[in-house]
Design a binder for this molecule. Sequence first.
Ligand SMILES: C[S@@+](CC[C@H](N)C(=O)[O-])C[C@H]1O[C@@H](n2cnc3c(N)ncnc32)[C@H](O)[C@@H]1O
Length: 273
Amino acid sequence: MKEEIKNIEIQLLLEGIYRIYGYDFRNYSLASLKRRLKRRMVAEGVDTISGLQEIIFHHPESMQNLFYDLSINVTEFFRNPPFYKIFRQKVLPVLNTYPFIRIWHAGCSTGEEVYSMAILLEEEKLYDRCKIYATDMNERVIKQAKQGIFKLDAMKKYTRNYHFAGGKDEFSKYYTAHYNNAQFNSSLKKNVVFAQHNLVTDSSFNEFNVILCMNVMIYFNKNLQENVIDLLDNSLCNFGILCIGEKENLNFSSFNFKYKQLDENQRIYQKIK
Ligand SMILES: C[S@@+](CC[C@H](N)C(=O)[O-])C[C@H]1O[C@@H](n2cnc3c(N)ncnc32)[C@H](O)[C@@H]1O
């Protein structure tokens, strides 16, 4: 019963947030919502979701903090290195046959994924032919992504990732160290447009050759996953490539029949219908 009440309180809270602030978290996965709301309750010093609701509804700055908590931004350079290795082997040769390449990183967080892909494209001499859109619902992370400044002490791990991902150069040639930070070369972002875009409430773009929406839908329930796959599908041209995270897949989606998986281990799909 207690759990049932909590679920009702969560539904009411999310409905209110949508009506008051326009943020739509109503179809995010309940398990992850519960963890994040718990965190906010502790931070706000309240014991119930209803207590949190009182604060969130009447204090926009508390809503902002909850928004940042619900936008889970964990990311890294060359996250899941085998993905980049396979992308280099199987996708880049196809892209090489195009005169012009349009790429969309949907849910790019602080940009590590975008700079990783830019490095790959640069190394395969494709970067100058690319127009890259990097979007996220969270304006704060988009600002950070635009700056291209990351913590220097993470570079050891990212260098390892880069080499596991098939990188052949010195990773350090892509950034300059300033005190505790690594400033990535601005040439890597010269063809990138960073913008705010919400996959739940904003409309589709078109016509991309590649869309990466990795580790984003994992936070959505099945209905919302289906709506977002629909939006991505509408934004992808025929024979375009769709990349999703390693814990996500198209198997249970009604769009599965339109896609061919290009590698048995990586979630890299080609639109064939
Ligand atoms: C875990 S990060 C993934 C970052 C990167 N794609 C990766 O794989 O490392 C998830 C990102 O999705 C964004 N996100 C969540 N819901 C979103 C939505 N409705 N529209 C756009 N971005 C969203 C979050 O703000 C967060 O930056």
